[in-house]
Design a protein around this ligand. Structure first.
Ligand code: LLP
Length: 432
């Protein structure tokens, strides 16, 4: 599942002790395992081998250039949601023609940019968007490749903030209206219908919702193939990961054995959907983000203070909600472990950052190894939707990012300086 493990009591990423990285580059720091990213990609690729398929990595999960480069070298395509993400893919040496451009709010500027450069397809999410793409293509004397995002109205049974496939959400076009929308698109002079797309939500931990949505769409997909000769069906992303590894005999295992059977794996996912998809004779695109990057990263942080107030213990660390917002925003669980194992004494503690907000916590009353000032902790499963959602709240420079491959490690994004934070700010002359 991943390449983080204890060796001689020291948490390693591949062949490198994380304490060595903390000592050299300081904290807070994100550390990514190149090997884990690669092996997650390859496991999914192998599970889908029976299909003509392309893994279009969801750039939003972790858009560091070194991560994108890794995906490009593995032969992946990219699911992008902004001009900035397309530019990142290109900067990382990825192919813009393998980018699927999703998102409900594409601006004219973004559409024109993508048309000039050339992309695989726009995943259109509304009729006005199709009209806007058509008009832009006409202006630029181009033909725009498009697919339509279908909202299948299937409950993904995941956190409300990351559910996308029901009619409560802003995403896609309602299942019942899709045929009409394709018929309209077919009449627009500068569109070329290339595919169909769906995405029902993120962090799905069972195969059933995927299976249900694919099953629901199959007749529609066949019809679209017959009528418009579509070439691809993108089934979106959403494969969940394990956020709560068990500590077994002092080491990390990513699930308790008895639970293993029920956990979504590339195999259990593929077993359910490949038999339905294979007979379609279409290219199948899949847009995973978290599955590739989530368990491939950790956030390392230094313990600044340990204090007890009233009835509770607090471990105050140098990372904060601005660096990793998932616990505050989604009540997300990230496991927290010490970089250096010292004895078996555990105490219940909140792990919190220095920001003056009650939401600035990483866990509450969790039994953790007893630590003291100067020790280091790692927040696990922080490779996806972590650095990318960081902010500069409290004028805190964003953490540095480091990638490890076997015994080597390199900074893949330097730590921001305070001056960079206000480099675009100006005091108007009338205030001087
Ligand atoms: N395709 C589309 C159209 C999407 O909207 C998303 C994610 C993906 C693919 C990739 O989903 P994944 O395979 O990573 O589950 N910030 C949240 C997650 C937001 C997901 C948004 N869309 C979190 O931290 O949990």
């Amino acid at each position: 599942m991943h390449d983080f493990h204890y060796k001689n009591g020291e948490l390693h990423c591949e062949g490198v002790p994380l304490s060595k990285i903390a000592a050299k580059h300081g904290t807070p720091a994100y550390v990514y395992s190149h090997t884990t990213i690669r092996s997650h990609f390859q496991k999914l690729d192998q599970a889908l081998a029976a299909l003509d398929h392309t893994i279009c990595y969801a750039v939003k999960a972790n858009s560091n250039l070194a991560v994108l480069r890794t995906i490009a070298k593995l032969g992946g395509g990219f699911d992008v949601v902004s001009k900035g993400e397309i530019e990142r893919v290109v900067a990382a040496g990825g192919d813009h023609n393998r980018c699927l451009f999703a998102g409900v709010g594409k601006t004219e500027r973004e559409i024109e940019f993508a048309l000039h450069l050339g992309i695989h397809a726009f995943n259109a999410e509304s009729e006005p968007e199709l009209e806007r793409i058509n008009a832009a293509a006409k202006r630029l004397k181009k033909t725009a490749p498009i697919s339509v995002r279908v909202n299948p109205n299937v409950d993904a049974k995941t956190h409300a903030k990351i559910t996308t496939g029901t009619y409560e959400n802003k995403f896609g076009i309602a299942f019942e209206q899709v045929k009409k929308v394709y018929a309209k698109a077919a009449k627009m002079s500068h569109l070329q219908i290339k595919g169909v797309q769906m995405h029902i939500g993120s962090q799905l931990t069972t195969a059933e919702p995927f299976e249900g949505a694919v099953k629901k769409l199959i007749p529609l997909v066949k019809d679209l193939k017959k009528r418009y000769g579509i070439k691809f069906f993108s089934i979106g992303g959403g494969l969940g990961i394990v956020y709560e590894p068990a500590l077994e005999s002092g080491n990390l295992t990513w699930w308790k054995k008895k639970e293993a059977a029920s956990i979504l794996t590339p195999q259990s996912y593929a077993e359910r959907i490949v038999p339905m998809l294979e007979p379609l004779g279409l290219e199948i695109l899949i847009e995973p983000g978290r599955f590739i990057a989530g368990n491939a990263g950790v956030l390392i942080t230094r313990v600044e203070y340990v204090k007890r107030t009233g009835k509770k213990n607090f471990t105050i660390v140098d990372a904060a909600m601005n660096d990793l917002i998932r616990p505050a925003f989604y009540d997300a669980h990230h496991d927290i472990v010490a970089l250096t194992k010292k004895g078996d004494t555990r105490i219940n503690t909140d792990v919190v950052g220095p920001i003056c907000e009650a939401g600035d916590y990483f866990c509450k009353d969790r039994p953790l190894q007893k630590v003291k000032e100067g020790d280091y902790l790692a927040l696990l499963s922080a490779g996806a939707y972590s650095f990318v959602m960081a902010s500069n709240y409290n004028s805190r420079p964003k953490p540095t990012e480091i990638m490890v491959k076997e015994k080597q490690f390199s900074i893949v994004r330097g730590r921001e300086s305070a001056a960079e934070l206000w480099s675009q700010e100006k005091v108007p002359s009338w205030l001087k």
